[in-house]
Design a protein around this ligand. Sequence first.
Ligand code: COA
Length: 281
Amino acid sequence: MTDSVFKNDIFKGKVAFVTGGGSGICYGITKMLGEHGCRTVILGRRKANIEKAAAELTKSTGQKCLGIPADVRQLETLEAAVKQTVAEFGRIDFVVAGAAGNFLAPIDGLSSNAFRTVLEIDTIGTYNTFKATIPELLKTKGAFQAISATLHYKGHPLQAHVSAAKAGVDALVRVIAVEYGPRGIRANCIAPGPIAGTEGMDRLMPKEYLDAHLKQIPLQRYGRIDEIASASTYLFSPAATYVTGTTLVVDGADYHMSGSHRAEMDPATYQRKDGKGVSKL
Ligand code: COA
């Protein structure tokens, strides 16, 4: 690490616990924390994937990363992971609740179970992640971050489930900041906009809308994973010790503009003209 704007060893001796750290944005966050001296733990549902990602992170950062299989919908798997983390590293200073689920579907194509599944992963998963790590965060006077989104700031077709889930995440984090601030814990959200090379962009943004969407982003480009990782590093760093209960939007001002793909939809039904996201019921 030579070209970081942050001091290389700002997180020396610290330990981060990251759900969803096996890929995408949360992998990038874990990598940057490791590059600044933090030992890390990543959690994901698939054992082989999470262990492979942890081995890569250990190699690329020079700091040990532990991969633990866990499902954020099951509190007991997170509690077991916390025990394993403390046995291995002795402490937890930073927690990132980043595990998320998403797909495009209109309300009449969403079963009650589909809606509940996304709330369980995003909202209850964030709650469970905090709940499982409270005892360790209290000991270290640590910090909590949740990965949110911007789509629920407006009505966003085909995203009822995720909009409701992320609004819940934002509200929960504000309450955590207020309830736990007096005991030394900070809590914030990061709301990424369109970030290139993520599953969200690849799966949820149809290729035919990319050009129109890009022109509409005030900074005229998609974000990079390392730009979200920098936001996370800042919020965990000593530069942000008075920042809590807030959401840091990192989106090139994208959310101030209406989603271009909406113009490509049939407004009578909000079905996409490419046939995707059409009711299954
Ligand atoms: N449209 C409508 N409903 C859908 C759907 C779609 N595209 N994909 C899944 N569902 C429904 C399923 O049919 C099921 O409902 P049902 O039981 O009434 O049929 C419900 O959602 C749960 O699906 P299931 O596959 O059993 O859940 P899971 O726990 O295995 O997977 C998901 C969770 C659905 C969120 C899955 O997309 C996932 O694992 N995503 C993880 C990665 C991800 O989404 N990353 C995006 C980050 S932006």
